[in-house]
Write a protein that binds this ligand. Structure first.
Ligand SMILES: [Zn+2]
Length: 215
């Protein structure tokens, strides 16, 4: 029996069209995939992701939580040294729908002060809302501050404890196509699936001639 998931693995095109101010995928004809990792940087898991990406010469985007950068600046620097992109994921994984716009923006700017180093080698300011939830007013306020809001095309579900690693891999591979923005997490909760899925996704698509690009 297939478990019904309380989220879409593949974001429906209608949703992508309706919320077209957000980036759901990269419009390209090239065989390029955009992997993203949310919620780090953290010990063990982020360095493991970096090592795994390196084996396939893959670049990705890390949506970092400000307080994790504050706690683990060395791991954050490693992400930058490996030439990945970084984005803002609030200071402490704050949920937009439950927060006033003023408080939300302030929290994101606090995270920005820890992310700033990236400014030199990255032209875009990227933001991904925790849980993918953001009020239109908050999105407008962030765009005014120069942020591009990045959602996703494929949600791997690596965080889903009820999902077996085999099904996580199967549906992730099935839904990825050229230009897909794919969500993973460099976190303890996701490692059970990520440990299995990430190397196999990299292997599968590298063999088919795809490259992995930062946003
Ligand atoms: Zn998150």
């Amino acid at each position: 029996m297939k478990l019904l998931k309380p989220y879409f693995v593949k974001t429906p095109r209608l949703v992508q069209h309706f919320f077209s101010d957000y980036s759901w995928r990269v419009h390209t004809k090239k065989k390029e995939i955009y992997l993203t990792f949310d919620d780090g940087p953290v010990p063990d898991f982020t360095p493991w992701v970096l090592e795994t990406l390196k084996k396939y010469d893959a670049k990705a985007t890390f949506f970092c939580v400000g307080e994790n950068i504050q706690k683990y600046p060395g791991i954050y620097e490693q992400v930058l040294r490996d030439h990945h992109s970084v984005g803002n994921h609030t200071f402490n994984h704050l949920q937009g729908w439950k927060t006033s716009t003023a408080k939300y923006v302030k929290n994101i700017l606090k995270a920005e002060s820890y992310l700033q180093e990236a400014g030199d080698n990255q032209r875009l300011k990227l933001f991904r809302p925790p849980h993918g939830r953001i009020k239109p007013k908050q999105a407008r306020a962030l765009r005014k501050k120069g942020y591009k809001i990045i959602m996703w095309d494929v949600l791997s579900g690596d965080f889903d404890q009820r999902l077996s690693k085999e099904s996580c891999l199967e549906h992730t591979i099935k839904h990825i196509e050229s230009g897909s923005i794919v969500v993973f997490h460099d976190s303890v909760k996701s490692f059970k699936n990520l440990d299995y899925v990430l190397p196999r996704v990299l292997e599968h698509f590298s063999e088919k001639g795809y490259s992995f690009r930062p946003l």
